[in-house]
Write a protein that binds this ligand. Structure first.
Ligand SMILES: Nc1ncnc2c1ncn2[C@@H]1O[C@H](COP(=O)(O)OP(=O)(O)OP(=O)(O)O)[C@@H](O)[C@H]1O
Ligand SMILES: O=P(O)(O)OC[C@H]1O[C@](O)(CO)[C@@H](O)[C@@H]1O
Ligand SMILES: [Mg+2]
Length: 495
């Protein structure tokens, strides 16, 4: 059993992983106090833990200068940082030890569901190759077109030869779909075909579907391992460090942002607006913005914004154009949906899986900006709107995602062969883990705007936070009370 905790902050001490069974933790001096303290004159300040981890203290000026004055950090009153709270991950996971299938008895299947994402083909390839090269499994089927393919389509035999080059292609060779999850029909099909390992690649909806398939299989008492491989370009699956395809999406988004910047820079008062994916969360927009340095404003679903008045978007645009002559706005597709619905009086529509169908916020905001500056005869302005969303999603995964896909696929194969079931694979604090389905389906991963990553973004773009001073003070007071009461203290995170 593994146990991980981590904190995203620089601190006085760090714990380094030493072997495969370990605790990953960034610890502060309070942690060392809880551990019984470090000898202050210890030259290297190392602790060897029982489970094979090493604690190593990071050198500090106070190690060798006796009298040093400390000052309050001015960032505490900086609007971007004043509401930042610590964050940590605190999840159990397990490692497989024994194999519960004879390779010649394995009959595996692979299915891909939900929207496209760079890396789907790599995961398919590496499951097939992992099963075959590592365990000698030869009977592997592809399910055509998502969950409904279990009961409405023919299967696709998968061999290492068939999948050899597929990682170089975008999309999924198996096809995908939304909706069509009929648990009983799916499990009947699994049972009828004699399948005993099911590899399910998909997002939050898919993992929910996988969870009910697993429950039904369990109810029927079948020896069938169900393994989920989390897929989502939006990075909205909780617990795991990030989903595959996310890095590729952030990288590809740079091309669109770059084009928007070139257009904006070359025109008088040029504005480039780029819409990126992110139905319920703004991770792609946030990371693409941080990576680019050309973005002046990033709008995400988690951070409500407003257009008019003091501290609003229009005021900022005007200021930025006066200062710089051009600007780039990145907007996640799920941002400002309440404003769009209000203004377009749209009805709630859903896709086949029950996901909300979004209004095009990119078009809407572009029109709003144009109207504001032309109607009010404010200043000449030149706006270009770029929507690269599906182009980003359709490309093959980049090198780092290919490596990640390989790790996930191999991990899923090891887990299933070892007899684990009802789990999703994922990296948690950099370690391969098996996570029970319910942990990844109970909530969605979102950008927390009181965490430091969003603060870093605000500091990088210098855009308004769209929070009034009253709201900032309220959040700050809540945080101070929490810290005084010991919630978020290091001792808790390292338990
Ligand atoms: N609660 C649920 N129970 C059973 N099946 C579900 C559930 N939610 C979604 N599914 C099924 O999972 C499949 C994929 O779901 P969805 O379209 O929401 O995509 P996803 O897996 O969340 O991927 P993404 O949103 O990243 O594109 C669909 O076939 C859908 O019917
Ligand atoms: O493939 P569809 O149905 O157009 O859905 C698009 C959605 O899929 C995603 O790519 C993944 O959930 C979202 O970012 C986007 O809103
Ligand atoms: Mg989803």
């Amino acid at each position: 059993m593994f146990f991980f905790t981590a904190q995203d902050r620089l601190s006085a001490s760090a714990v380094f992983l030493f072997d495969s069974i370990s605790l990953l933790c960034f610890a502060s001096s309070t942690f060392f106090e809880a551990m019984g303290g470090l000898p202050s004159d210890s030259p290297c300040k190392l602790i060897n833990g029982d489970d094979g981890y090493i604690l190593e203290d990071v050198p500090h000026l106070t190690d060798y200068i006796d009298v040093l004055t400390a000052y309050p950090n001015p960032l505490r009153s900086n609007p971007a940082y004043s509401v930042v709270k610590q964050y940590f991950v605190h999840m159990d996971d397990t490692v497989p030890e024994k194999v519960y299938f004879e390779p010649e008895d394995v009959h595996a299947c692979i299915v891909t569901c939900g929207g496209l994402c760079p890396g789907l083909n790599t995961v398919i390839r590496e499951i097939v190759c992992g099963l075959n090269y590592m365990y000698g499994v030869t009977r592997i089927l592809g399910i055509d077109g998502g969950y409904r393919g279990f009961y409405s389509k023919n299967t696709i035999p998968l061999t290492t030869k068939v999948v050899n080059d597929i990682h170089k292609r975008g999309g999924t060779i198996l096809g995908t779909s939304r909706g069509g999850h009929d648990t009983l029909k799916i499990v009947d099909s699994i049972q009828d075909r004699g399948i005993n390992q099911v590899y399910i690649i998909g997002g939050d909806g898919t993992q929910k579907g996988a969870s009910v398939i697993y429950q039904e299989i369990r109810r029927r008492g079948l020896k069938v391992a169900v393994a989920g491989i989390p897929k989502t370009i939006d990075n909205d699956i909780p617990v795991i460090d990030k989903s595959f395809g996310f890095d590729t999406a952030v990288e590809e988004a740079q091309r669109a942002i770059n084009a928007a910047h070139v257009e904006a820079e070359s025109n008088e008062n040029g504005i480039g607006v780029v819409k990126l994916m992110g139905r319920y969360c703004g991770f792609i927009a946030m990371y693409a913005t941080l990576a680019s340095r050309d973005v002046d404003c990033c709008l995400i679903p988690e951070s409500p914004f407003y257009l008019e008045g003091k501290g609003g978007l229009f005021e900022y645009i005007e200021k930025r154009l006066k200062e710089n002559g051009h600007m780039v706005i990145v907007i996640a597709e799920g941002a400002g949906q309440e404003l769009v619905s209000e203004s377009l009086q749209s009805t709630n529509q859903q896709d086949a899986s029950g996901n909300k169908l979004l209004e095009d916020v990119g078009l809407w905001i572009s029109q709003k900006i144009k109207d504001h500056f032309t109607k009010l005869n404010k200043m000449p302005m030149n706006l270009k709107y770029i929507d690269p969303t599906y182009m980003i999603r359709a490309i093959p995964s980049n090198a780092s995602d290919n490596v990640y896909c390989t790790l996930l696929a191999q991990s899923a194969v090891h887990g299933a062969m070892a007899g684990y079931t009802g789990f999703t694979v994922g990296l948690v604090n950099g370690r391969q883990t098996y996570i029970p389905f319910n942990r990844v389906t109970e909530k969605q991963n979102k950008v927390v705007i009181t965490d430091r990553m969003w603060a870093r973004l605000l500091s990088s773009t210098n855009q308004p936070s769209f929070l009034g001073t009253k709201e900032i003070r309220g959040k700050h007071e809540k945080l101070s009370t929490k810290l005084l009461n010991g919630v978020n203290s290091r001792e808790k995170t390292c338990n």
